[in-house]
Design a protein around this ligand. Structure first.
Ligand SMILES: C[S@@+](CC[C@H](N)C(=O)[O-])C[C@H]1O[C@@H](n2cnc3c(N)ncnc32)[C@H](O)[C@@H]1O
Length: 231
């Protein structure tokens, strides 16, 4: 295993709260919320129609989205990219038309997929976990077919006060005793989940050559959903 891949795995283990099994459980239990009816309708509206599409899920976790696609579209070719061993361990009963690949999406290199080979690509809650997203956006421009689409959902910057109140709903910061390790964790977590504004992500995609088709504010502005087309 390369040093880079190992470094990313160590970062993610810490980002996922130091407990991979619990993080995988949480990904399974939040699947419905992250892929609800609004998401489905956004996906259907913006992704191409066809029987033999190549669909990719970046940071696919336990691959529930791809398994659903496999059930509904037996003719699709489906590829999931994932790096965390505890997420990969949860991918069981893999349908024949689903392939899972291990790769580091921080600097994936253009060779992960042939040029212009992807019809639609999903990046659901991945971007904030990358050290930087521009190398992935550049590679996607190369991999996605002209007219193909990237659907991206992620958390975006929110006021620190609302993050603290959400994390410590019963704490009176003026008088209650505070625990240093949980406060340190909370501030590290804040910066890892609040790297970008919704506008930053949209502009980075445009900078890397994509056309913005639609952008929605989610969860009172704490998350964004974007459809971007490879011209
Ligand atoms: C918050 S989870 C979301 C999982 C899934 N997309 C979903 O919406 O249920 C983010 C996923 O991206 C994966 N990930 C993060 N950084 C990655 C990287 N550099 N390369 C590949 N996968 C990565 C994580 O291991 C994790 O499974």
């Amino acid at each position: 295993m390369s040093d880079e891949l190992e470094r990313t795995r160590q970062f993610l283990h810490q980002h996922h709260g130091g407990n991979g099994e619990r993080a995988a459980e949480r990904t399974l239990s939040t699947h419905e919320r992250n892929h609800d009816a609004d998401f489905q309708s956004f996906w259907e509206t913006h992704t191409p129609r066809g029987d033999n599409l190549h669909i990719v899920d970046l940071g696919c976790g336990p691959a529930l989205f791809l398994k659903q696609q496999a059930r509904e579209h037996p003719g699709f070719r489906l590829t999931g990219i994932e790096i965390a061993p505890y997420m990969l361990a949860r991918i069981d009963d893999k349908p024949d038309n689903l392939e899972i690949r291990i790769a580091d999406l921080n600097a994936p290199g253009k060779a992960v997929f042939p040029p212009a080979s992807i019809d639609a690509c999903l990046a659901n809650m991945l971007i904030h976990e990358l050290f930087q997203p521009v190398m992935l956006f550049q590679a996607l421009y190369h991999w996605i077919k002209p007219g193909g689409v990237l659907i991206l959902t992620d958390t975006v910057r929110q006021p620190l006060k609302s993050f603290l109140n959400h994390r410590f709903p019963d704490t009176d910061f003026s008088r209650d005793p505070l625990d240093a390790p949980s406060m340190n964790d909370c501030f590290r977590d804040y910066f890892e989940h609040n790297r970008y504004t919704a506008k930053d992500i949209a502009e980075l995609l445009e900078l890397c050559g994509f056309d913005l088709i639609e952008q929605q504010n989610l969860r009172d502005g704490r998350a964004t959903r974007i459809a971007a087309r490879r011209p």
